[in-house]
Design a protein around this ligand. Structure first.
Ligand code: ADP
Length: 463
């Protein structure tokens, strides 16, 4: 099959979250299975010629190669993409995001013709690429080159929909008739993700539980009706993990390498992390890691409410992340109060993330909702036992046998579960069994890639 992966962030070129991990790893897994894949993403500032081997195609398009021969084409427009960040700065989203990503989507489709890639499937991700199916079925509908192309939209988080004022609609170059209930209209605003949901042939999200959850009022962010209408075309496929990147046996960022067979190196990783974060070097105190966006979605509301009490439970905590200023401030206060308990790192830092997964005994991820979550999967592989709220992909991957899970979203339940995990950590032989068991779990892409191929085949059969 000829497959196009179209995403606004792709590892290793640009990343703000799990979407990039998926868009970088799934093509590799598909290529392994013998499929022909290309990737299309914007040429951000981070896509530097010096860092990646960037070439120019005979048609004049910059590209790089992933895996054996996956071409990653970059849509270039310096005014739109040559910026420090992907979607916004500390004042909020970039005001011209609709211009930026409608440009990206249109150019991505044009590129297929330019490089003569007659795709079977265009697999688009999140709102930033959701205009691809809209344009394909409207602006490009008459062009025979595109006639047999089908689309799959993967929703990585339905909380981010690409909402814009109605008066920006004309910029999309679409007929006003599409500003309707069956189109992109949403409470008198433009909703780009909704457009993708209306016009893609198949929709999926990144775990079976989240696929069910988003069809309810509680989790659907207003789009549950659209999903219900298309419920026979909505699926859930758990993300895999790229174990060539996330592998404690070969990790270049960690103080020592280790494996399920020999976890000794993990102790040194813990000591290294404690030293780096200026925490007391203590073996017998459980070290909790957090690598996350600091957002309410990730459970920071109950965590912020409970953090003072949590700091008194006989543990250490290393937090890495950026996000809502409110949480930056609350956590900064806590660091002042408990400098020997918490280390706060308000930044995006891939190397430190690796060190945290490797050096932590537990990984805290009390997300209020979680489409799939990669943090807990990475944590498993590094023997950091996840402690999570029972929702979405966390409910599909963590249970009482491999981690700690609570099912009532409240500060009190969080604290109770942390207490229980601290007590469990003290029972050494049982704990080391938990660690090695977690490290052996397999969430590789193989199974998920097979399932995606199943969805592509289904999409091909649609009219
Ligand atoms: P999200 O909702 O943010 O996509 P996921 O759990 O699916 O959450 O994926 C988050 C990914 O981003 C993981 O690979 C995690 O390690 C990484 N990550 C999150 N915050 C940071 C940070 N501040 N520094 C480095 N990596 C981070």
């Amino acid at each position: 099959m000829k497959i196009v992966m179209c995403a606004s962030e792709v590892v290793p070129f640009a990343k703000t979250g799990g979407l990039a991990d998926v868009a970088g790893a799934l093509p590799l897994a598909l290529e392994e299975r013998g499929e022909e894949v290309i990737v299309i993403m914007p040429k951000y500032k981070s896509v530097q010629n010096s860092k990646f081997d960037i070439q120019v195609s005979k048609e004049g398009i910059p590209y790089s190669v992933l895996g054996k021969k996956i071409k990653v084409y970059f849509i270039e427009n310096d005014a739109y993409f040559n910026r420090d960040a992907l979607y916004g700065d500390k004042t909020g989203d970039y005001p011209d995001n609709l211009d930026r990503f409608s440009y990206f989507s249109k150019k991505a489709l044009e590129l297929l013709k330019t490089v003569n890639f007659k795709a079977d499937i265009i697999h688009v991700h999140d709102w930033q690429a959701s205009l691809v199916p809209v344009y394909l079925k409207n602006l490009f509908a008459k062009d025979p080159f595109y006639k047999d192309m089908r689309t799959l939209l993967t929703i990585h988080n339905i909380g981010y929909q690409g909402l814009f004022p109605k008066d920006e609609f004309p910029k999309l170059g679409l007929d006003w008739s599409l500003f309707s209930i069956e189109g992109l209209e949403f409470y008198d605003k433009v909703n780009i993700l909704k457009g993708g949901m209306e016009f893609s042939d198949i929709i999926n999200t990144v775990s079976p539980t989240y696929a069910k959850e988003i069809q309810t009022k509680e989790f659907g962010f207003g789009l549950e009706g659209v999903l219900n209408k298309r419920k026979n075309s909505v699926f859930g496929i758990l993300n895999g993990l790229d174990y060539s990147i996330w592998n404690p046996e070969t990790d270049k960022f960690t103080a020592k390498n280790f494996s399920a067979k020999s976890t000794r190196g993990k102790e040194q990783c813990k000591e290294d992390l404690q030293a780096l974060c200026k925490l007391p070097l203590k073996k017998d105190v459980p070290l909790f890691g957090i690598v996350s966006r600091l957002a309410e979605q990730k459970g920071f509301d109950i965590l912020a409410d409970g953090i003072d009490a949590i700091c008194n439970l006989g543990l250490q905590m290393v937090i890495l992340g950026t996000g809502d200023l409110k949480y930056h401030q609350i956590l900064e206060e806590m660091v002042k109060k408990y400098p020997k308990v918490i280390s706060l790192n308000l930044k995006f830092d891939d190397a430190l993330a690796h060190k945290i997964y490797a050096g932590s005994d537990l990984f805290l991820m009390p997300s209020r909702y979680e489409p799939c979550g990669l943090g807990q999967l990475i944590a498993f592989r590094y023997g950091a036992i996840p402690l999570v709220f029972k929702t979405g992909g966390l409910a599909d991957t963590v249970d009482k046998k491999n981690g700690f899970i609570f099912d009532d979203y409240s500060k009190d339940e969080l604290i109770k579960t942390i207490k229980a995990s601290v007590a469990a950590f003290k029972v050494k032989t049982k704990w080391s069994g938990l660690v090695t068991g977690a490290m052996k779990l397999d969430f590789s892409w193989e199974e998920s890639a097979k399932k995606y191929l199943g969805l592509y085949a289904k999409a091909k059969k649609t009219k």
